[in-house]
Write a new protein. Structure first.
Length: 264
């Protein structure tokens, strides 16, 4: 058996971890965390398919990382998601892992609707409706696999907000609660739900973030994530050490101080 979180034969409880031998689809993986994770998983012996809307980036991924498959996909387009899902499943019927990686992060000014409403709506479409539509496109298939995993991607900002990005924070909080809820609903299936909770990572998600010394280096983040996947088979939330400051502020009783530090 080989899913990102393996289950005991005949039961619904995880019994170990195998991060090789899976077939994994990662939409939104043409750059940043998604691409770095795709490469790391491919290097571990998984079949990896990445999706993205920009053809040039897909061609670059295929050229620079032989063996990684690509498919054109716009996660803002419901029909496009269905078409891409059909393409992926036709070529890879043994698909057993979906990583809903696609997301955007934009600064907003909520003093007047003209300065935030369009951005807020686009953020909800990409960050909330995108993962919902992706899961809807694959969930029936995943239930036919003996071992399957849905990996959602929230953020440390789901638990402690950055004032400049209200809708991004809210969208990631929604993904956290969606993950919690799906885990309950799918407990009677072979499908596990695992939530990846990144801190600020050095990527191009926001202008200047790739060079931000306060953000976690991308390679360091992915290395720690891979170690956690390999060593914590029962984990429902994948948390590198840096994100725990944000994740557990309320539990520690220092939430106000965490929010102040995030917004300093």
């Amino acid at each position: 058996m080989s899913a990102l979180c393996r289950r005991a034969a005949g039961g619904a409880q995880p019994r170990g971890m195998d991060i090789s031998g899976n077939t994994i689809f990662i939409p939104g993986a043409t750059s940043g965390i998604g691409l770095a994770l795709a490469v790391a998983l491919h290097d571990k012996g998984n079949t990896v398919i990445v999706g993205g809307r920009r053809t040039a980036l897909l061609e670059r991924v295929a050229a620079e990382h032989p063996g990684i498959h690509t498919v054109a996909l716009d996660t803002d387009d419901p029909a496009g998601i269905q078409a891409a899902a059909a393409t992926v499943l036709a070529a890879h019927p043994d698909l057993n892992v979906l990583v809903t990686m696609a997301g955007i992060m934009r600064v907003e000014d909520w003093h007047t609707p003209e300065t935030f409403l369009d951005t807020a709506e686009r953020t909800v479409t990409t960050n909330v409706l995108g993962p919902i539509r992706l899961i809807a496109a694959f969930v029936e298939h995943l239930q036919t696999r003996p071992d399957a995993t849905i990996v959602t991607v929230s953020s440390g900002l789901a638990f402690a907000p950055l004032g400049a990005t209200p809708t991004y924070n809210a969208s990631k909080a929604a993904i956290h609660m969606l993950s919690e809820s799906l885990r309950l609903q799918l407990a009677d299936t072979p499908v596990r739900v695992v939530e990846l909770e990144p801190p600020s990572v050095q990527t191009d998600l926001m202008p200047g973030q790739a060079d931000n010394a306060a953000a976690m280096p991308l390679a360091e983040f992915v290395d720690e994530v891979m170690t956690l996947l390999d060593t914590q088979p029962d984990a429902t939330e994948i948390q590198v050490e840096r994100v725990k400051f944000l994740r557990y502020g309320e539990a520690r009783g220092d939430y106000a101080q965490v929010v102040a530090a995030v917004n300093a």
